[in-house]
Design a protein around this ligand. Sequence first.
Ligand SMILES: [Zn+2]
Length: 312
Amino acid sequence: MSAKDICRLCKDNLRIKGTISGFRSIFQKNDAREKSISERLTELGLPLSENVSRSGRICLRCFRLIGRLQDDFDVFRRWQEAEKDSNPAEASTSTSQATAESSNASSTGKKRPEKRDRVPTPSKTCLQPPTPTAPPAPKYSRPTTDNVTPKTARRSLTEVIIHYPSHPKGDRIVCQANTAAIVENIAKQNWSRAANQMVKNKDLLEALKENILQVIEDEIKFLCNPLKGFMLWRSSAADLKAFSFANLQSDLQSMAPFTYSIFSQITKGSPHPTCASAAIALQGREPRLSAFAYYVNGVLQYGGAKKLFTKG
Ligand SMILES: [Zn+2]
């Protein structure tokens, strides 16, 4: 693979089935009025050299990313301007400091420190405009726990402010990386997204497990109560004659919907195995829930098998 065939930025291969496709030229312009990608990257602090041994192309994904970076960078510049406007004294201090430092270095005839000892030029380390008053780039990364490793660091900051009557100014809580997305989605009532994020958090999932098991426990207690009319309690000859998987499924779905969905998930939604496995599990807990066992016994006897279960 030639160096010309890859994206200069992410190194993705651009040659698909022998043809280079889905790219933009870094140095060539389609329209003379527009800036080239090279010019746009230089403005962002990444000047690229035109070099025969390096690719002059980028993929469309990186191309779109440049657009987003520029948009974000515009916001960043507005922040800088706003800071300067609201605090002109500070801006001039840091400028004069910078000037003083450089004149100091030249007047004392001090040798400039070796390149590797110097503080890296901001444009070479991060996205920062080449101005002497540039504040440090804002850091959005939150403390992360070992528990959750986000694929990409969130660039937003989620805060919760709780206003108490006794404390009207409110308590401000900055959400950690592993809860920010949960809090945000709950606040927006995006329940499924919130739940999705919640189960990714091992500690939270562990806490949820107790509650989920309690839901199952309550449903099973209901089924195991002889007064609630669950069909597996009924094992008279007439009941067994009328036994149907459809009725068992309907009872399970209406009386223990959460538990049913778990068995259904295990069997990939296949109704007979769902009902059979639920019935066997329930008899393991409450032996008197025996209608399914009698039913199976009846079927086997009809087919000529030896007696497996005896009533009473
Ligand atoms: Zn790329």
